[in-house]
Design a protein around this ligand. Structure first.
Ligand code: FES
Ligand code: FES
Length: 176
């Protein structure tokens, strides 16, 4: 009979909530999020870091949670799609995806939203052009939309953010 795999205790913050999870040393962050924390908004498709469906943000940067170990996320901040809305109110990127009908089946959408959120929060958003945006999003694949509405939605959110932050007396806040 096989020996049980010893588990390790990992402390991390998920969507601003401190968590301690008991996991196998080789456990992926996607497994932990979905099966131990009930955050099934994180989707799994290829499971080999090729499609971006499982993207979450770790310390504000997009990571493929199918190949990112939960152990690697210890003592770090993780943002999943469940954390984008605040007090039940969708964030600007989510609203922009709705306005531009930037999804069909929706399977890629959580990862798209999180990568877009990272883009808008990062310096690339302020400095970059549309090609930079497309390059930034290139790790997230969509088999339904043809990408144009997704790009339009992110540009819409970027424009809204620029208007917001350039308004007299405005202070730059989170984009989503
Ligand atoms: S499921 Fe993780 S990159 Fe495809
Ligand atoms: S909306 Fe179906 S994969 Fe993107």
């Amino acid at each position: 009979m096989a020996e049980p795999i010893p588990q390790i205790s990992v402390a991390l913050t998920v969507n601003s909530t401190a968590e301690v999870v008991e996991v196998e040393p080789s456990e992926s962050l996607s497994y932990t999020l979905r099966n131990r924390l009930g955050l099934t908004g994180t989707k799994l498709s290829c499971d080999v870091q090729a499609c971006g469906a499982c993207t979450v943000l770790v310390e504000g940067l997009p990571r493929s949670s199918c190949t990112f170990l939960t152990y690697e996320a210890r003592d770090r901040d993780v943002l999943t799609v469940e954390g984008l809305a605040r007090d039940g109110v969708l964030g600007p990127v989510q609203e922009a995806f709705i306005a531009d009908s930037a999804f069909q089946c929706g399977f890629c959408t959580p990862g798209m939203l999180l990568t877009a959120h990272a883009y808008l929060e990062g310096e690339a958003s302020a400095e970059g052009d549309d090609d930079d945006l497309i390059e930034y999003m290139s790790g997230n694949l969509c088999r339904c939309t043809g990408y144009l509405p997704i790009v339009a939605a992110i540009l819409r959110a970027r424009k809204a953010r620029a208007l917001e932050t350039s308004a007299p007396g405005a202070t730059a806040g989170p984009a989503d």
